[in-house]
Design a protein around this ligand. Structure first.
Ligand SMILES: [Zn+2]
Length: 294
């Protein structure tokens, strides 16, 4: 009886060992590595449940589109990382998983809270929004609703991030002798009473004040966090980088497209937020930035 019991025990043990060995020998699921030690930062703007037909160029996507994008990214083996992980990679050379993707939205629309956040949570993904401080501080009855600080705090507790898109320089202002409109961050604005453009010093003081004030407002409302700035209209020059740096900005987000490698403060972003950008179109677009290894 005892012999039989021992034999039975060893059969079970051998069986278990075989199972464990089998598990260990089982190859890793075939994960495609498209890129490593790099990150793709995707750029979105507005999102609605329905995007009206013919809305091309509106920089608005539908909720169904975002869901398809997130599903495609997961299915294809992309890894969505947080803004803090991305900043750690860019500034401190910390490791990121292969195929790392960062999600960013610009302009701080309330639709980020109502439409985007629930879908992001469904996919356990986090995203950041670059907000215009004045649009959240000052209510404009005609403007599309912007995020309130309360909504931002709620989303921040769920892992979302909110950073600077300037306090009040998301505007076009008259510049040059003809008074042609140019982005407020880079333009030497036309001072109509003096009938000349602002001087270099006046310009630098104006943009430094805006950027520094926005950092103060972000800290007052949201607590301590990274100092990140996305340029309105993607416009920047050396003066903007210097004054931004003086205001403590760590990373500058552009609309130049490409993958990011650590060691620079200038971040490229890939535009994903257009009505025509189906999941297939985004996959095609992403592939254009890395060599196909399939
Ligand atoms: Zn913008």
């Amino acid at each position: 009886m005892r012999m039989i019991r021992y034999a039975f025990f060893w059969m079970i043990a051998a069986g278990l060992a075989a199972v464990i060995t089998g598990l260990q020998l089982k190859p890793e699921p075939p994960g495609n590595i498209y890129y490593q030690d790099q990150a793709a930062v995707l750029l979105y703007h507005d999102i609605r449940t329905e995007v009206p037909p013919g809305a091309a160029g509106s920089s608005t996507i539908s909720t169904a589109q975002l869901r398809e994008h997130l599903k495609m990214l997961g299915d294809r083996g992309f890894r969505i990382v947080t803004m803090d992980e991305f900043a750690g990679f860019m500034l401190q050379g910390k490791k990121l998983p292969a195929n790392a993707v960062v999600l960013t939205f610009d302009d701080g629309y309330e639709s980020f809270y109502r439409e985007a956040a629930p879908i992001l949570q469904e996919f356990h993904a986090t995203a950041s929004n670059f907000i215009v401080g004045a649009s959240s501080d000052i209510f404009h009855p005609e403007a599309e609703p912007h995020l309130s600080w309360e909504q931002m705090n709620r989303l921040k507790a769920q892992g979302m991030g909110f950073y600077s898109h300037t306090y009040n320089l998301h505007r076009m202002l008259p510049s040059g002798p003809s008074g042609a409109l140019q982005p407020a961050l880079t333009a030497r604005i036309l001072m109509t009473q003096a009938v000349r453009n602002e001087s270099e010093d006046q310009h630098r003081l104006r943009i430094y004040s805006d950027i520094a004030f926005m950092e103060k407002r972000l800290r007052q409302e949201l607590g301590s966090q990274r100092r990140l700035l996305a340029f309105p209209y993607g416009a920047y020059d050396d003066a903007v980088l210097e004054e931004g740096g003086r205001a403590g900005i760590e990373l500058f987000f552009t609309i130049e497209e490409g993958l990011n490698t650590a060691g620079t403060r200038i971040v490229k972003r890939i535009n994903a937020g257009e009505p025509y950008m189906t999941a297939d179109a985004l996959w095609e677009h992403l592939q254009s930035f890395f060599a196909k290894k399939q």
